[in-house]
Design a protein around this ligand. Structure first.
Ligand code: ZN
Length: 78
């Protein structure tokens, strides 16, 4: 298996926090991803994709307990 972006064969399975954005909020769900050690591109298998979609639905329905882990700030001056 090769990276779809840089074609490097140096890919490792890694547990990652995938961000799911709903409105102004970001929810994190930990899933198994294939991560390229060369360029950092992440890809998910079908199982992980399903977990992400399930999590998105649950976050939206607020049917899963969540914990606040930080706040998001924005500035207009860079
Ligand atoms: Zn890559």
């Amino acid at each position: 298996m090769k990276c779809v972006v840089c074609h490097s064969p140096d890919i490792a399975e890694k547990r990652v926090d995938e961000e799911i954005r709903i409105g102004d909020n970001i929810f994190l769900v930990d899933v198994e991803a294939l991560s390229c050690r060369t360029c950092g591109e992440r890809s998910f298998d079908r199982n992980a994709m399903r977990r992400i979609e399930e999590a998105r639905t649950r976050f939206r329905e607020q049917s899963v307990p969540v914990q606040e882990v930080g706040k998001v700030f924005r500035t207009r001056v860079a």
